[in-house]
Design a protein around this ligand. Structure first.
Ligand code: FES
Length: 105
């Protein structure tokens, strides 16, 4: 079955190392722009369910602003404690000048 993608933003809205919170069907997603790529991942940290927004983007990871857990932007895998559960990530496509995300499995 092909995935359904929803356009959520224009690429111009998120500068390099910028982030944007979007909501699709009540699911909060954080879009990150890092090293010339865009990533879509869960908005809340898997450690204590606090927002990852404004966490530093560094070496392909996002660092939670609360207790410093690190997650790989590409696949959501934990790279540093205190989190131990990976983050959900979402397929993202650039269509012309827009960012589209799929929340279907
Ligand atoms: S809430 Fe993110 S590391 Fe604790």
């Amino acid at each position: 079955m092909s995935k359904t993608f929803s356009v959520v933003a224009s690429v111009d809205e998120i500068p390099e190392d910028g982030q944007l919170r979007v909501v699709i069907d009540d699911i909060e997603i954080l879009i990150c722009h890092h090293a010339q790529r865009f990533y879509a991942l869960a908005y809340y940290c898997s450690h204590e369910n606090l927002p990852l927004e404004d966490g530093m983007l560094e070496n392909g990871c996002i660092i939670c602003p609360y207790h410093g857990a690190e997650f790989c932007l590409k696949d959501g895998s934990v790279q540093a404690s205190p989190a131990y559960e990976n983050l959900k990530t979402y397929p993202l496509k650039i269509i012309e000048n827009t960012i589209a995300i799929s929340i279907s499995n």
